[in-house]
Write a protein that binds this ligand. Structure first.
Ligand code: HEC
Length: 124
């Protein structure tokens, strides 16, 4: 009996820890509006704000949007934004791109991160 219970809770744990891609884009859109939109636009032609526009960010090379003045660190990041990279950045911006100038410490709650990343993937 105990063994069955343990197996069941392990299965539940495994399900609960589904990695990125499993986010709720609608909830992520609401989070984006509340938190990220102060600094980031989300349409094809949003002008650069405090941060670069995030329309089309998935697949875009980090630090590459023309007309936005990035930090040297972001310009030199050298990777393209995948959903995994976005999750890592939004978990700990300075951890992924040390010295970047985004004045935002990261999203503490994993489900909020997954939702925002799912939302960013719809901006294309
Ligand atoms: C207070 C302003 C501010 C907030 C809030 C903010 N950002 Fe940023 N973000 C920036 C700045 C400034 C940069 C440019 C960093 C650099 O050049 O080093 C940036 C860069 C980025 C980049 C890299 C873009 C590229 O073109 O390489 C991503 C992705 C990003 N932010 C996502 C987010 C998301 C998602 C949120 C909300 C959870 C958010 N940011 C909240 C200011 C902000």
């Amino acid at each position: 009996m105990a063994r069955i219970l343990i197996a069941a809770s392990l299965a539940a744990l495994a399900l609960g820890s589904t990695p990125a891609l499993a986010g709720d884009a609608a909830a992520g859109g609401a989070f984006f509006k509340r938190v990220c939109s102060t600094c980031h636009g989300n349409t094809t032609n949003s002008p650069p704000g405090i941060g670069p526009r995030l329309y089309g960010v998935v697949g875009r090379k980090a630090g590459s949007l023309p007309g936005y003045h990035y930090s040297a660190a972001m310009s030199a990041a050298g990777f393209a934004w995948s959903q995994d990279k976005l999750t890592a950045y939004l978990t700990n911006p300075q951890g992924l791109v040390k010295g970047n100038k985004m004045p935002y410490a990261g999203i503490p709650k994993p489900s909020d991160r997954d939702n925002v990343v799912a939302y960013l993937a719809t901006l294309r």
